[in-house]
Ligand binder design. Sequence first.
Ligand code: ATP
Length: 410
Amino acid sequence: MKAEIVSIGTEMLLGQTLNTNSAYLSRKLAESGIDTFHHSTVGDNKDRLYQAIKIALERSDMVITTGGLGPTIDDITLQAIARISKKPLVFKKEILELIEGHFHKRSIRMPKNNIRQAYIPKGAIWLKNAIGTAPGLIIKAEKKYLIALPGPPREMIPMFEKRVLPYFKKRIKQGSVILSRTLKTTGLAESQIHDRVSRFLRLAKHTTVGIYAHPCQIDLRITSKAANISLAKKNIDVVERAIRKKLGNLIFGSDNQTLEGVVAGLLAPRTIAIAESCTGGLITSRLTDIAGVSKNLLLSIVAYSNKSKTQLLGIQDKTLKQFGAVSKEIARYMAVNIRHVSRADIGISTTGIAGPGGATDKKPVGLVYIGLSTKQKTTVKKLLLTGTRGMIKYKASQAALDMLKHHLSK
Ligand code: ATP
């Protein structure tokens, strides 16, 4: 079965609303073994909407529309569907009673406009909206299905999960499922990752690997289409094992894991303290996004000025003058001294030039040093980063978290 999603709403064409409905629906359809071959987005315009649904029905077996079911004059999905299915709109008393009940519960008088929502194309199955007023619809025309769902995700999602999916699960021959797993890497560029894993991209039948680049992170998504979930999982496991063998600890996590989450998870029972200069608190901010990290994160300071490096971290003026604030030596002192001040097991530091100004002949924009100090050893990593000020800060925070991860997982 081939599905297509038509998202309705001018606000999406104007870039004011992000179309999360189609991403969600595609994901859910894939999990159920239904292929989605097209997405389209159309504004609140009668003719263009009619055309979009018509084209979709010509090439797909199942068309799901979201949006435009509201009570106002620009909500025109019902009219378009009635025109396409060549069915008149008929009044449904049960729907009106539900809508009236919705307003009654909130002690609001129902606006007259909402009566429009009680009209549906003759013969359509209607789906109760547990959150809002617009009912959803399933219309079967010959061998095709047209499904209309409300636009707000909090109304659309429960309706899709509770009514639409069960409806189709009963009717579609269980031919296959599509399952995905994402492996997340940091530290190498997309092309370097590609070179290392290209041999494994087609290890199992009907299992593919896609490479997706994000700032400082390359994801490998393994997708398998198989007769059932356990077979799909098996196929994915084979490819995952081969990729892990090749990439080792360049992979920091999978699916919903984040680098900061992985680091926070590895920290216990050790404690850490952070002295940030060029990252301006970003490492701390990312780590403190993880609940429970307070047990292990003892202290963090943004030692941005030379004065703060002297007063709070005890780095002497003459040392700062001798090496400059952005130097291997200062990164080392910052990491060692924050560890001493806090009595943490690990001290981590950053100092660098985020730009656009501040560069010298010897110290370009993007030069960053990261220090990591423990009782046994202190190491400093030198980075030459590129990008905007924001990107350099983010990349430096990523490199620091990655350095920590490698240290903690030794
Ligand atoms: P309502 O009864 O609330 O008017 P509706 O079916 O008419 O429902 P729309 O008016 O088209 O829905 O959209 C209402 C809101 O739902 C939008 O302003 C937007 O916030 C959200 N929305 C609509 N479509 C999408 C989408 N594809 N992805 C994410 N959000 C959406």
